[in-house]
Write a protein that binds this ligand. Structure first.
Ligand code: PLP
Length: 1019
């Protein structure tokens, strides 16, 4: 086929005329980019859209006819697949020959237009979307089985069977390392694929599922859906599995984890159209070869037409993907693909495992003692280990050694055992994937069993074998000196055992190839100085396939790849035979936890995120799930001074170990704490009451206020939430107006919330505070007329209502109205108190007022249940009407010890000051993002109490609720925990522990920036 386009391309007006004449369609035509043919997008007045194709004059009838037949066949046999449909001409034909104004004869045909964005332009390439792509193509392969057309038997450079043509064009790849990379994959193709071609399944394939032909659809805030594939110009009769390989090759472009991405395409395909073993085995070379053909083709065409950008459009990502693929051992890819298909990844695994089951009981003991009988203690070194606690310093060698010795002593055991398949946070070195971003997935899953023993302890070979590998991986936290022994089953299946953290003499003693007899003491346990810096132990692991990785075969895997690595490294206890009852119960998995929760807990208790989290450790501003994945905690305001702060923990532990009782006895803690709290408050707030939760505190505050006013009436703000008790539900419009709510009670009066972004009066207007306060004034007046007095209960910066900052002067004016009518002002400081706002310690201070009653909760005890009500002597006196106040747990010595420790830490670590400076820094970055992303309607708040108001339209401020939920769930996937709030659930609340750092704000902003660029996050 000639490559040059025709002399004069068809004009848009001429295309519209062709549509009218041949197809009876009145439409406006717009030219589409293309390599050879003249293609047009048609839009009719009724909104219908089509693609008109006027083929290059050199195109043969059979070529167009074949495409029409394929599409018609698919329309009939896979009608559920969104694909372009062939629109017949007025005379009923699928395509027509027509002479066009430049004099050439053109084959003209019409297709329906598919809506969607190309996969190349769509973000993100979620694994679920890639699975849909696979399943789409699987359905297509199934439908095309047995389809025939003579023109499909064609010579095509994209036919996988003919990919070897690139050998003659390699010289166009000018850079030597790249040429060698292509050569390597070409070699693999010739050795692995070519001999198999005659045996592989063949059929007509679409053959061009590249990322510019795959279309994706997406509604705001919703998961993406595959919207079809276009361009059947490369359809041909070829290797069936090449359909999948092509899609997988392009699906990995731009992906960091190419294997995970490809595996999901494979999984989707296999579910619809079962792959054969030999097809799966060739996927990796076929994928690589497709990319190799693409880059060589680009290089060649660049040489021919250096100015043509279209041709080289996917070149850079294809090179990058090839380089990533080159780092994967082919058999590893095959195992991953088999695993994705639900097949046994390592075919010999069952044979090796049953051999070990048979021979394991007779294997020699690795240590001098008999592990089957020896008193041993299985250590909990998991992420959620109470033995280690949250402080990562517990994992430092010296500390870990002391913990292990203490455990041995406590249990009177002789051997300490570290578990297989245990997620651990012990691997902090860069080779485990630790990076600058603490929320990136690291390797955490232990693939061996550790046997802790004194340095110099002899290590025996459990089975006979030969020395396969000797190495010293001397990097900190690596294997240190290691030996790999090679073994065979009775059927000749090869497998290996690995021994890490040995001493250097071991390496000097042994030679590769040396035979080792069963039971032979061939190695010794190393000292900390030589063993990678660990507490002395031997790491013992079984390996079925070394994957050409030699000394770098991992002893620890990523949790996301856990199951596959466990297939490659089965449980070493097959050989060690430590009695199962020595091991503790396996904790519940996430699905089991969800099931048990549904069974055991009230159903009205919700759970955060579409993919719920199982958190097992908290440290500073990070939370960790059971796999060791770290999450930056950006919205839990309760751990004010950071998760598991050592001072707070110590204070609780010490007091709990000494005395905990109730406030009917004298105790200094409660008095010390009351004194400290009062010191932080202005006059006349001098009298304290202690309870256990914000709800209890608000409940008590309302009782006190009523004792003073003699009226039940309470004024609250729209969307407010104050707690879960009966009275507080009645006082929380967020609840009584929400799902399941019973509506407003007559004694409850709701004032408009002073929200200057979305409320009645908005930023830019004068006297906002006065205007909003006037509404409270009206309510007070109307109550006064009925002889009633009002209590005013409000948060000082409403949180649940959407992280609202009152306009200046608002509370001052409100308090004047309330007090002027003999009412009482309660400030709910449950969310914002204790320095979070940066500029002030308490929220009411930002408004220049002093409430009559202040309510404290949540952060007051840094997650320990403690809450307080502080009021004036006058109100306290009115409340002391004879009825006793008593809360069993309120103000107990432990909670007050905790409260004191929290106040100490806030002062010592200057956390209010930190909240101010980091908050300002954070907001500056967020305001930059606001310039870029329309969705970010408003950035507001103070210190580390911030809200991001997401809007679908900045003029109307219509809330972008679905997008907010999408963003929060995507942040969670990227390792950042945030939540939504506000009546429309469109405000992202940011309220991290006050130890939050600028670098944490940077990570949040960069991640948010990337997520807001994703299609589902668009307005
Ligand atoms: C403003 C406000 N007040 C009171 C409460 C109730 O506190 P608790 O859940 O400790 O009972 C909450 C809880 O979210 C709150 O946000």
């Amino acid at each position: 086929m000639r490559e040059a386009p025709v002399g004069k391309p068809i004009q848009e007006t001429e295309a519209a005329e062709l549509a009218r004449q041949l197809f009876g369609i009145e439409a406006a035509a717009r030219s589409l980019p293309g390599e050879y043919d003249d293609n047009f997008h048609l839009r009719c007045a009724d909104g219908a859209e089509f693609v008109l194709k006027a083929m290059h004059p050199d195109r043969e009838r059979g070529f167009v006819e074949m495409q029409c037949r394929v599409l018609q066949h698919l329309a009939k046999n896979a009608s559920e697949l969104p694909l372009p449909r062939v629109v017949p001409a007025k005379n009923g034909e699928s395509f027509l020959e027509k002479r066009v104004p430049d004099g050439s004869l053109r084959l003209v045909w019409l297709l329906t237009f598919l809506q969607g964005k190309t996969l190349a332009e769509f973000q993100p390439h979620a694994l679920e979307l890639l699975e849909q792509l696979g399943s789409f193509l699987g359905k297509m392969s199934r439908a095309l089985e047995g389809f025939e057309h003579p023109a499909a038997h064609r010579e095509l450079k994209w036919d996988a069977a003919r990919a070897g043509w690139i050998r003659d064009y390699l010289e166009h790849v000018s850079e030597l390392p790249r040429r060698m990379l292509v050569q390597r994959f070409l070699g693999l193709f010739e050795s692995e694929v070519v001999p198999q071609i005659p045996r592989l399944r063949k059929s007509v394939v679409y053959g061009d599922a590249n990322d510019y032909n795959v279309l994706v659809g997406c509604e705001p805030g919703q998961a993406a859906r595959l919207a079809g594939v276009i361009d059947f110009g490369d359809a041909h009769y070829g290797i069936t599995v090449s359909e999948l390989a092509t899609a997988a090759a392009y699906a990995i472009l731009g992906e960091k984890d190419v294997l995970a991405a490809a595996a999901r395409v494979v999984a989707g395909y296999h579910k619809e159209f079962a792959l054969q073993d030999e097809e799966i085995a060739l996927l990796y070379p076929l994928m690589a070869m497709r990319l190799a053909v693409s880059v060589v083709n680009s290089a060649h065409r660049k040489a021919l037409k250096p100015e043509d950008a279209y041709v080289t459009i996917t070149e850079a990502p294809a090179w990058e993907a090839l380089e990533r693929l080159a780092k994967i051992f082919p058999r590893h890819a095959t195992y991953a693909f088999r695993f994705a298909c639900g097949l046994a990844p390592v075919e010999k695994a069952e044979a090796v495992k049953s051999f070990l089951k048979k021979t394991g009981p007779a294997a020699a003991s690795i240590l001098d003692c008999d592990l089957k009988k020896e008193r041993s203690v299985v250590l909990d070194l998991s992420v959620g280990s109470a033995l280690l606690g949250a402080d990562p310093s517990a994992a430092e060698t010296q500390n870990l050694s002391s913990v292990i010795s203490a455990e041995l002593e406590r249990t009177d055991a002789h051997v300490a055992i570290g578990r297989y398949d245990e997620a651990r946070l012990l691997y902090s070195a860069p080779q485990f994937g630790a990076s600058k971003n603490p929320t990136d997935e690291r390797r955490t899953i232990h693939l061996g069993i550790d046997l802790f023993a004194k340095p110099g302890t002899a290590v025996h070979a459990p089975l006979s074998g030969t020395v396969h590998l000797l190495a010293n991986n001397a990097l900190p936290l690596d294997y240190g000196p290691l030996v790999v022994l090679r073994h065979e089953t009775d059927m000749g299946e090869e497998f290996f055992t690995l021994y890490g953290h040995l001493n250097t003499q071991t390496l000097a003693r042994l030679k590769v190839g040396q035979e080792i007899a069963r039971g032979e003491a061939f190695a010794s346990v190393g000292e900390t100085q030589e063993n990678g810096g660990w507490a002395p132990h031997v790491h013992f692991q079984i390996i079925l396939d070394l994957l050409d990785r030699g000394r770098d075969f991992p002893g620890v895997a990523k949790a996301s790849e856990r199951k596959l690595w466990k297939e490659l490294s089965p449980d070493p206890n097959l050989i060690l035979q430590i009695p199962e009852n020595h091991f503790p119960r396996v904790p519940l998995s996430v699905p089991e936890l969800i099931g048990a929760r549904k069974r055991l807990l009230g159903w009205s208790l919700s759970v955060s995120y579409a993919k719920p989290l199982n958190l097992v450790r908290g440290w500073k501003q990070f939370l960790y799930d059971e796999t060791g994945r770290a999450y930056l905690d950006v919205y839990n305001n309760v751990p004010l001074v950071g998760h598991s702060h050592h001072k707070v923990v110590k204070a609780a532990q010490r007091q709990l170990a000494l005395l905990n009782t109730n406030t009917r006895y004298l105790h200094e803690n409660v008095l010390q704490y009351a004194e400290r709290l009062i010191e932080l408050l202005p006059e006349p707030l001098k009298v304290c009451f202690f309870v256990n939760s914000g709800s209890e505190a608000n409940e008590l505050a309302v009782r006190m206020a009523r004792a003073k006013t003699g009226s039940d009436d309470v004024i609250v703000l729209e969307h407010a939430y104050h707690g879960h008790t009966n009275t507080l539900i009645d006082l929380s419009p967020y609840k009584f107006n929400g799902p399941g709510g019973g509506g407003r009670k007559p004694w409850v009066h709701v004032a408009p919330i002073a929200d200057d972004y979305r409320g009645l009066y908005r930023r830019g207007e004068d006297n906002l505070g006065t205007k909003y306060a006037a509404h409270v004034g009206e309510l007070v007046d109307s109550l006064r007329k009925q002889g009633r007095r009002a209590t005013y209960l409000a948060e000082t910066l409403p949180s649940v209502a959407g992280q609202i900052v009152f306009p200046p002067n608002y509370l001052a004016e409100v308090y004047k109205f309330i007090r002027g009518a003999g009412g009482v002002c309660i400030a709910d400081e449950v969310q914002v108190g204790f320095g979070r706002l940066g500029t002030h310690f308490w929220g009411f201070e930002t408004q220049g007022v002093v409430p009559d009653i202040v309510v404290f909760g949540k952060p007051i005890g840094n997650t320990f249940p403690l809450a307080a009500v502080v009021t004036t002597p006058e109100i306290a006196a009115a409340f002391a009407n004879g009825m006793e106040f008593f809360s069993t747990f309120g103000g107990n010595p432990v909670s007050c010890a905790v409260g004191l420790a929290v106040l100490d830490v806030v002062r010592e670590e200057k956390l209010r000051e930190n909240a101010k400076s980091v908050g300002e820094y954070w907001v500056a970055g967020l305001c930059e993002l606001q310039k870029k992303h329309e969705l970010l309607g408003d950035v507001r708040g103070s210190g580390l109490f911030l809200g991001l108001d997401l809007v679908a339209n900045r003029d109307t401020r219509s809330p972008a609720t679905a997008q907010a939920s999408y963003v929060v769930n995507r942040l969670r996937e990227r390792g950042i925990l945030a939540g939504t709030d506000g009546p429309h659930h469109n405000v992202i609340k940011l309220r991290p522990p006050l130890i939050f750092k600028e670098e944490n704000a940077d990570l949040f902003n960069a991640t948010l920036d990337a997520i807001l660029a994703e299609d589902a996050a668009k307005a």
